[in-house]
Design a protein around this ligand. Structure first.
Ligand SMILES: Cc1cc2nc3c(=O)[nH]c(=O)nc-3n(C[C@H](O)[C@H](O)[C@H](O)COP(=O)(O)OP(=O)(O)OC[C@H]3O[C@@H](n4cnc5c(N)ncnc54)[C@H](O)[C@@H]3O)c2cc1C
Ligand code: SF4
Ligand code: SF4
Ligand code: SF4
Length: 375
């Protein structure tokens, strides 16, 4: 690992990430601060990290290095995961779905994430999984699931009404998973899965590269595709409802594929072009270049698969082993096997994912200087 001249600390994060509006409030820096007990840093009322006691800062540089918006460790990640353009390393790309009707009903797409977690818990391969749970209508928080029932309760993707550690009357599709990873250190869990967006997986992989506790208990990393997340103050709720053409109370589920999709409680589905959502995209997302969660063991999205199925990018040996195990034990089924050879679904899927990955990378380049490594 190459730390450049002089260790950069939280004050540099403020200058390079907070001030340009790139902080995505993942919570990584606060959760894993080496001076956590001394409260060197914490959260401000705006949900963003803040220096609380400069004297307590140990100037270790951990907060700076693990931030997803800082590229100091990107070269290490590129080497470790043999990253290549445009969507990282992968062995196979498939569409699959759960065989469990309960999971299928609640899931965002084909419920593959929840079903593989179910399989891993059932076979006692893991002790728990860091997921994100709906706590009320439009309220969601990170949680550690240790049973099938808890995995099921966390299936799906919805708007949340939280941001950071405090209730801030904001709606957001982002869930601060890092806080739950911190909690794992206080629990008797030795093998866990983390499910996260690309920015969260970047922070986690950087923690693993620096051996920051408790990243050693994370045995598998499940990455979600991510074009963008939305965040807005409660005062903008009416504006958002106008764009969607419905009341929030009518929403059953939401998802992003080629557009923003909302399923209504009355069974209807509405598709909103992503351009219409532009005003609600978090500024950190505009500078984010990873769509397909390039450093995960398995990446999941809906893009490229028929409705009700999940696209799965099988990236690592570990990812392949647990995917095949879930098929073998009947927790999930693969789409292609039952569809014959008449259509080249793999190329079609790959084409769409590549298109979105390039679009996101170009958008990030416009909004932030990306280093010469291609990330
Ligand atoms: C913010 C966000 C943006 C996304 N953007 C795209 C996109 O542009 N294109 C695309 O194809 N797919 C996107 N996805 C992924 C897609 O919505 C599905 O999560 C994915 O296809 C897996 O579906 P599934 O039915 O197999 O998962 P499920 O079985 O429903 O499980 C989903 C898992 O994701 C966890 N989760 C849900 N919301 C969050 C969150 N906010 N943060 C962390 N974990 C969460 C749940 O706890 C659950 O464990 C996005 C997901 C999120 C959360
Ligand atoms: S102690 Fe280390 S991790 Fe904490 S604020 Fe200071 S530099 Fe960052
Ligand atoms: S993006 Fe995450 S790690 Fe970086 S400054 Fe914001 S909260 Fe901290
Ligand atoms: S677009 Fe990037 S920063 Fe925004 S939620 Fe997705 S992965 Fe995180």
């Amino acid at each position: 690992m190459d730390i450049n001249d002089g260790t950069k600390t939280f004050k540099d994060l403020v200058k390079e990430v907070h001030e340009p509006g790139l902080c995505g409030s993942c919570g990584g820096c606060v959760s894993f601060c080496s001076a956590g007990e001394l409260m060197a840093i914490g959260f401000g009322v705006d949900g963003r990290p803040k220096l609380l006691d400069e004297e307590s800062c140990l100037e270790c540089g951990i907060c700076y290095m693990i931030c997803p918006q800082i590229d100091i460790l990107d070269k290490d990640l590129i080497d470790t995961y043999q990253w290549k353009s445009p969507i990282g390393q992968f062995k196979r790309i498939v569409a699959a779905r759960s065989t469990n009707p309960g999971i299928l009903k609640n899931a965002t797409d084909g419920g593959v994430v929840s079903s593989i977690l179910h399989c891993l818990l059932d076979k006692k391969i893991i002790d728990g999984a860091v997921v994100s749970k709906k706590t009320a209508q439009f309220a969601r928080e990170p949680m550690i699931a240790t049973s099938y029932e808890e995995v099921l309760s966390a299936a799906g993707s919805r708007f949340t009404g939280i941001c950071g550690v405090e209730e801030l009357s904001r709606f957001s599709t982002y869930s601060p998973t890092m806080f739950a990873i911190k909690e794992v250190a206080n629990m008797d869990l030795i093998k866990i899965v983390v499910v996260g967006t690309p920015c969260q997986v970047h922070t986690l992989r950087k923690m693993q590269s620096l051996h920051v506790v408790p990243s050693h208990v994370v045995k598998f990393v499940f990455g979600l595709f991510c074009t963008e997340s939305y965040s807005f103050d409660v005062s903008k709720k009416g504006e958002m409802e106008k764009i969607l053409g419905i009341s929030f109370d009518d929403i059953e589920k939401m998802n992003i594929r080629e557009d923003f999709i909302i399923k209504l409680k009355n069974g209807e589905t509405k598709h909103i072009p992503l351009e219409k959502m532009e005003d609600f995209v978090r500024s950190a997302c505009l500078a984010c270049s990873d769509f397909a969660n390039d450093f995960a063991d398995l990446s999941f999205g809906g893009l490229g698969s028929p409705e009700g199925w999940t696209t799965v990018l099988i990236r690592t040996d570990l990812g392949e082993a647990i995917y095949l195990d879930a098929i073998h034990h009947g927790f999930i089924e693969e789409f292609d096997k039952s569809q014959g050879e008449s259509h080249n679904y793999t190329q079609e899927r790959l084409g769409k994912i590549t298109e979105f990955a390039k679009m996101k990378r170009n958008r990030a380049l416009k909004n932030k200087n990306v280093d010469g490594n291609g990330k």
